[in-house]
Design a protein around this ligand. Structure first.
Ligand code: CDP
Length: 215
């Protein structure tokens, strides 16, 4: 399952996985964990240092109560993965080939060991080109920022929505324009525009497609 920032991939993938009895694998968590670690070490802006350090980095999915959490160098950053600092840097860190290599390897290993629903930006194009079912989730940018702000649970103004929209669009631009595994719909992915759909409607639509794909 791929799509732009805050298009609902993670929550949808989690529900679909639960309903299918599969495991949800959120690839963005690995990019966020590497970014969190790099910020902690003060090398998040230093491409060469990061490229040198990442191949030996102890970063992977670890079993959690439901699905997977991630651990980096023995620490589970938890909510730290969603901090504004990590979110602001993660797309730049994700452009580095060494970073993408490490994440690709971890994702494919999870895919060999489990039946998974995996979400990200390049899952259908680069990570699992032979996936049984590929979904590309989209939604209008304003709606995506309202959903993200609602998720935070605090009141927000129209200006907050505009600011969040600018942030999401900047991240999407970086994710779409990088040379390596850019955000793109795979030719055989089914696009679902969720702008006017409820979360349950999206999940049901995907379960129907899964039932047909697995028949
Ligand atoms: O949840 P949200 O849409 O905000 O983002 P995420 O899935 O946590 O991913 C964070 C960032 O990681 C993205 O903006 C991409 O820069 C990068 N990413 C990627 O390059 N490839 C993936 N398969 C998943 C995430």
């Amino acid at each position: 399952m791929d799509g732009p920032a805050a298009s609902g991939k993670s929550s949808t993938a989690r529900s679909v996985a639960r309903r299918l009895g599969f495991v949800h694998v959120n690839s963005g968590l690995l990019y966020r964990a590497i970014t969190w670690w790099a910020l902690d070490r003060g090398i998040a802006g230093d491409g060469p240092a990061l490229e040198a350090a990442v191949p030996g980095l102890d970063v992977d999915f670890v079993p959690a109560r439901e699905g997977f959490d991630v651990s980096v160098e023995g620490t589970r950053p938890g909510p730290g993965l969603e901090s504004p600092e990590v979110t602001a840097r993660v797309s730049a860190v994700s452009t580095l080939p060494a970073v993408r290599d490490v994440v690709l390897e971890r994702l494919r290993r999870a895919g060999r060991r489990h039946e998974i629903v995996c979400d990200g930006r390049d899952i259908g194009t680069a990570v699992f080109p032979g996936a049984d079912l590929k979904i590309f989730l989209v939604a209008e940018a304003g709606e995506r920022s309202r959903r993200r702000l609602r998720q935070r649970g605090t009141p927000f103004t129209d200006e907050d929505v505009e600011r969040e929209t600018r942030r999401l669009e900047a991240r999407d631009r970086l994710d779409r324009s990088r040379p390596l595994s850019p955000l793109r719909r795979a030719p055989d992915a089914i696009e679902i525009d969720t702008t006017a759909m409820s979360p349950d409607q999206v999940v049901d639509a995907i379960l129907e497609l899964a039932a047909a794909a697995f028949r």
